[in-house]
Design a protein around this ligand. Structure first.
Ligand code: PEP
Ligand code: MG
Length: 423
């Protein structure tokens, strides 16, 4: 935001028009805030809080008021605030907090997103003026509030409740919260934000830890899912006109066998390590499931299996290979893909964008990006029916699984597992 020329230009314009610096800054803030306030999208409109936050920090820096101290609270405290800014969140000691109540702000503000990412319930729009230090209060967060409901429904229906994870810590937290396994382990986080590809040994150690943290429960380890908006600086990734229709997911991996082979080898190494230390976990079949993203054809699955058998002819005792159903092609061809897969996991985040032809990140088509659209529900139904016809399980790991409004629909469609973004 600080780099945005609109900010600098409007302050400069105000100064040239004769205002003093602070008034020029405040007038620029009001202008930009009102621009955001008029956007007809709840999420984008809520970004005006972020603008006020940035301007507040510039003002503090200009007036010498900048104070930042790490906020300390007794263990289990609930933080009560009139208003919080994203920058305040950096000053919080999350380990001591149990939740946050806040008067100003919406559920789509960055403060909410950060709190959720830290596993902290937060309730916005609460009248906090009368609350005194030491009062007993509770936090009613619909995101966390939904988990007990979803979990009860899934259990009653006799289905599995999985958790999505991007790190071993998240796996441990999910298992501790009662997950039956990990429905989506996003391995790309190990590959992003660094200068070189992680070595086979580094990958092996991570996958081993992830598998061990599941203690014999299934781990659906997704192979590297980059391309689209996730770029690796150390790989040639030429700009594409339509990156979400380009070299993404398994396509990227098959186009870079040298990189993919390292990941597959590390996965098999990790499975062997864990089988050696915990043979019982492998008695009823392997807990490790290799999940391929963005699959569109049987040929892609066969190519991956061929690479696996080149690495280790006995790979089938170490991993079972399945796919994410997240393209229209995968849903329409679910029957032939099921014949080559040990499981399906439906990725509704992408399935919705491809079925509805609506970019999942473009607010202008947020209305069209509707996972409840009949076309998306039909695609899910096709995948579930094909899976069951072939006797393989079909789960869901897209965000739709975390929406309590969807739970009964998904269970009645026969999904065998729901993998939630948090438990
Ligand atoms: C999905 O597409 O639904 C999914 C779970 O994968 P990601 O959100 O990582 O693309
Ligand atoms: Mg996806």
């Amino acid at each position: 935001m600080l780099d945005d020329p609109v900010l600098a230009e409007s302050v400069r314009g105000n100064v040239l028009a004769g205002m003093d610096e602070l008034s020029a800054l405040d007038a620029a803030r009001d202008m930009i805030v009102s621009m955001f306030g008029h956007i007809d999208d709840e999420y984008l409109a809520a970004r005006s809080d972020d603008v006020r936050d940035i301007f507040g920090q510039i003002r503090d820096a200009m007036t010498g008021n900048a104070v930042s101290s790490v906020f300390k609270a007794a263990k289990g405290s609930i933080l009560v605030a009139e208003e919080l800014f994203p920058s305040d969140m950096g000053d919080l000691d999350f380990s001591s907090l149990s939740g946050i109540l806040c008067h100003k702000g919406s559920t789509t503000s960055h403060v909410c997103i950060i709190a959720h990412a830290k596993g902290l319930p937060i309730q916005m729009g609460v009248e906090v003026a009368g609350i005194r230090d030491g009062d007993a209060v509770c936090v009613d967060d619909p995101v966390f509030g939904g988990v007990p409901f979803i979990s009860a429904r899934v259990r009653t229906a006799g289905r599995k409740l999985y958790v999505n994870a991007g790190s071993v810590d998240e796996i441990r937290a999910g298992i501790a919260a009662g997950a039956d396994g990990v429905g989506l382990f996003r391995t790309e986080f190990l590959f992003l934000g660094r200068d070189a590809m992680p070595s086979r040994e580094e990958q092996r150690a991570l996958y081993r830890e992830a598998l061990a943290a599941c203690e014999g429960r299934p781990l659906l380890l997704r192979t590297l899912d980059v391309g689209g908006d996730k770029m690796l600086p150390y790989m040639p990734m030429p700009a594409e006109d339509n990156p979400f229709l380009g070299l993404r997911g398994v396509r990227f991996c098959l186009a870079h066998p040298e990189l993919f082979r390292v990941q597959l080898s590390a996965v098999l190494d990790a499975a062997r390590d864990v089988r050696e230390s915990h043979p019982l976990w492998f008695d009823a079949g392997t807990p490790l499931r290799l999940m391929l993203p963005m699959v569109c054809s049987v040929e892609e699955i066969r190519q991956v299996k061929e690479m696996l058998s080149e690495i280790d002819a006995g790979y089938a005792s170490l991993v079972r290979v399945g796919i994410m159903v997240e393209t229209p092609a995968a849903a329409l061809e679910a029957a032939s893909l099921a014949a080559e897969s040990a499981f399906f996991s439906i990725g509704t985040n992408d399935l919705t964008q491809y079925v509805m032809a609506a970019d999942r990140g473009n607010p202008a088509v947020a209305g069209q990006y509707d996972p409840y659209a009949p076309a998306v529900l039909k695609a899910i139904a096709l995948a579930v029916e094909a899976a069951h016809a072939y006797g393989i399980p079909a789960g869901i790991c897209g965000e739709l699984a975390s929406d309590p409004k969807a739970t009964d629909i998904l269970l009645s469609m026969g999904l065998d597992s729901l993998s939630l973004s948090r438990l």
